[in-house]
Design a binder for this molecule. Structure first.
Ligand SMILES: [Zn+2]
Length: 381
C-alpha cells in the first residue's frame, strides 16, 4: 500500500505545475501541504510548518507515508488549481517572491496566501490604498540608533516626521523612491532601505518593524503607488510590462577598494551599491548619503569594465577597471569570486538599452552637492 501511494505521489509531482514550488517557483518540490493541496520546496515547507497544522499540514514526498485519501486530495487539487483559489485576487503590485529572495518576503507571501487569505478577500489588502500611515523604526542619519517615527503616504508623497513634530522632516514623491529589503546589511530580518533623489543626490533611509507583515505592507504600498503613477504616465502599457520596474533589488553590493584618479593614488575601502544604472560608494554600509555616484551608460557610448588596471596604476588584490567617457575608476575586490560577480553585474548594466527614465536620472544626478560629492556624468540625452 505505502509503496503504491509513494509511487503515485512521486508521479504526481512531475506533472506540469506541480513540478515547481507553488510558492517560490523552485524546481522539483520535495514536500507537500496535503490539506491545501500544493507541492512546495524545502524552504517554503518550513514556512508552511510555522503556520501550524490548522492552516497547513506538511509531509515529505519521499520520507513520509501517504494514505489513499491524502494522495487523492493532491490529485484533485495540485499547484495549478490551488493558485486559482489562493491567488485569485492578488493585486498586480504585490511582489511575488522567487527562490533566494529575502526570507521576510517569502514568509509574508505564504502567510498572506494561506493564513490571512489576502488574495481571496480583497478587503484585507490594506496596502492597496492611497493613504497609509504608521510607525516604523528609523535609523538616525549620523549613528546606528533606531527610533520610532511616523511615516505617511498621501497624494503619492511619502512623508516622515520627527519626534513630536507636526511638520514632516521630508516629503518625497513616491515616483523618486526605490525600496528594497536589506536584512543582511541591516542585521535585522525586516530591514528595509528607501532610496531617493534629493537635490540631485541620493539619500538612503533605513527602517524596520518588529512585524514582518507591517514591513511588507509598506513595501507593497509603495509598489502600488508606483504602479498607479506609471499606468497614468504610460496609458498604453500593460501592468505586466511595468511590474519589473516598480522596485529594484540592488544588482550587487559589498566592500571594494577604490583608488583616486591619479596613478599612484592609494586604495581606500568603500561600500559599493549597484542600483539599476547607478553605482554608488559609501564610507560604510548604512550611510545616509553616498560619497560618490557613477552613472552607468550604454557600452556603445564608451562605457566598459575589464579585469586588471590601466598601465601605470598600482595593483591590489583582485583589481578591475570601469571606463567611462569622462573618467576611469580603478577598483579592487577582496576575492576572485567577488571580482567575477562585480564585473558580470556591471557588464549586464552596460549591455542593457537605456530607457527614457535613465536619461532623467542622468540629468538629475548632474545637480551635485558641492564639496561632499564626486560625480561622473555623461550626457546621453
Ligand atoms: Zn518554495
Amino acid at each position: 500500500m505505502g509503496d503504491r501511494n509513494g509511487r503515485r505521489i512521486s508521479e504526481l509531482v512531475k506533472k506540469s505545475g506541480n513540478n515547481q514550488c507553488a510558492d517560490c517557483g523552485y524546481d522539483n518540490p520535495e514536500w507537500a501541504s496535503f490539506n491545501i493541496g500544493v507541492f512546495v520546496c524545502t524552504t517554503c515547507a518550513t514556512w508552511h510548518r510555522s503556520l501550524g497544522t490548522h492552516v497547513s499540514k506538511v509531509k515529505s514526498l519521499k520520507l513520509d507515508r501517504w494514505d489513499d485519501e491524502q494522495v487523492e486530495g493532491m490529485e484533485l487539487i495540485g499547484n495549478v488549481k490551488a493558485k486559482e483559489k489562493y491567488e485569485a485576487h492578488r493585486p498586480a503590485c504585490y511582489r511575488v517572491p522567487r527562490h533566494g529572495d529575502p526570507q521576510v518576503l517569502l514568509e509574508q507571501w505564504i502567510r498572506a496566501k494561506y493564513e490571512r487569505e489576502e488574495f481571496i478577500h480583497v478587503d484585507k489588502q490594506t496596502y492597496v490604498r492611497n493613504h497609509i500611515e504608521g510607525i516604523l523604526m528609523k535609523k538616525t542619519s549620523n549613528d546606528n540608533k533606531y527610533y520610532p517615527r511616523k511615516f505617511e503616504i498621501a497624494d503619492s508623497v511619502l512623508k516622515y516626521y520627527g519626534h513630536n513634530s507636526k511638520e514632516p522632516k521630508a516629503s518625497i514623491p513616491i515616483a523618486n523612491v526605490n525600496v528594497c529589503l536589506a536584512p543582511i546589511k541591516m542585521k535585522h530580518d525586516t530591514g528595509m532601505q528607501l532610496t531617493y533623489l534629493s537635490d540631485g543626490s541620493t539619500r538612503h533611509i533605513y527602517v524596520y518593524h518588529e512585524s514582518g507583515e507591517t514591513i511588507i505592507h509598506w513595501y507593497n504600498a509603495i509598489r502600488n503607488i508606483k504602479l498607479n503613477l506609471l499606468m497614468v504616465a504610460y496609458p498604453s502599457v500593460s501592468a505586466e510590462e511595468v511590474i519589473p520596474y516598480l522596485t529594484n533589488d540592488f544588482a550587487a553590493e559589498g566592500w571594494l577598494s577604490k583608488t583616486g584618479p591619479r596613478e599612484g593614488d592609494a586604495y581606500r575601502k568603500r561600500w559599493f551599491t549597484l542600483d539599476d544604472r547607478k553605482l554608488m560608494y559609501h564610507d560604510s554600509p548604512l550611510d545616509a548619503y553616498p560619497k560618490g555616484e557613477i552613472f552607468l551608460g550604454h557600452k556603445d557610448n564608451n562605457y566598459s569594465v575589464k579585469e586588471g588596471v590601466p598601465r601605470g596604476h598600482k595593483e591590489q588584490d583582485f583589481p578591475f577597471s570601469l571606463y567611462t567617457p569622462t573618467r576611469n575608476f580603478v577598483l579592487s575586490a577582496p576575492t576572485s569570486e567577488d571580482r567575477i560577480r562585480w564585473v558580470a553585474a556591471v557588464e549586464a548594466v552596460l549591455e542593457r538599452p537605456l530607457r527614457p527614465q535613465d536619461n532623467q536620472m542622468a540629468v538629475n544626478l548632474v545637480r551635485k552637492r558641492p564639496g561632499k560629492f564626486s560625480l561622473d556624468i555623461f550626457s546621453i540625452g
